[in-house]
Design a protein around this ligand. Structure first.
Ligand SMILES: C[S@@+](CC[C@H](N)C(=O)[O-])C[C@H]1O[C@@H](n2cnc3c(N)ncnc32)[C@H](O)[C@@H]1O
Length: 214
């Protein structure tokens, strides 16, 4: 994926981020060796960013939409408050199986539940409230995920949406693809929706943070 930030700056930021633990290095290595599109993992920089957000919020209940092989869920688990749990939604049974294996082999076994199926259907069955919701699945559904997350967000909760700069494609007026248009629509909505306060950050591929307005 082309970097949003100057690659030298991105590399410097990664190098000055605490290195991942061995179990996450193993997840990354196996994912690169066995699954297609390993660039979908959030990786070292965004993984630690998520962990620190979870820690700062004091989250005990997290919803993730888009598990892949479990890298981001395991990153967030490291920041959970005592007794905290994560529910993560994945539509692809191969990805879900890989994630379950990695979770079982990690220090966070028992704190992360992988639910297989279309995320919107899964989320409808979950009571919430969630202290943090991480959205990182099919881009065409981002606005639906935003609504589903907001409905189950704790009063001081945080919605975190990944890939919101979409390798810079959102700035290319010639790019009218479905995913690019969906991310543009999501970005436009969250910046103007009176129910929320949002900030677009250029972390990795763009990470948007959203809270309820007072
Ligand atoms: C970008 S990857 C997630 C990466 C993961 N958060 C990480 O950092 O390792 C997106 C994942 O969402 C899954 N996905 C796509 N559409 C979905 C849907 N409708 N419901 C649930 N999961 C979906 C894909 O199979 C893929 O594993």
């Amino acid at each position: 994926m082309p970097a949003i930030v100057d690659p030298a700056v991105e590399a410097y930021a990664e190098a000055h981020t605490t290195a991942p633990p061995a179990h996450l290095e193993a997840v990354a290595a196996e994912t690169r060796a066995t699954l297609s599109d390993p660039g979908m993992m959030v990786g070292r920089l965004e993984g630690r960013f998520l962990e620190l957000l979870v820690f700062a919020v004091g989250a005990t209940s997290i919803l993730e939409i888009g598990t892949f092989s479990g890298y981001s869920a395991l990153s967030m688990a490291a920041g959970l408050a005592p007794g905290g749990t994560i529910v993560t939604c994945e539509i692809d049974p191969v990805h879900a199986e890989a994630a379950r294996r990695h979770i079982a082999a990690s220090p966070h076994a028992g704190r992360i539940e992988v639910k297989v199926g279309p995320a919107l259907q899964t989320v409808a069955t979950l009571p919430g409230p969630f202290d943090l919701v991480f959205i990182d699945a099919d881009k065409g559904a981002y606005l639906d995920y935003f609504e589903a997350a907001l409905a189950k967000l704790a009063p001081r909760g945080l919605i975190v949406a990944d890939n919101t700069l979409w390798s810079g494609r959102i700035l290319d007026p010639g790019d009218r693809s479905v995913d690019t248009e969906a991310i543009r629509a999501f970005n436009d909505r969250v910046a103007t929706d009176p129910r929320v306060v949002a900030v677009q950050t250029p972390v990795r591929d763009g990470v948007t943070l959203i809270r309820r307005a007072a």
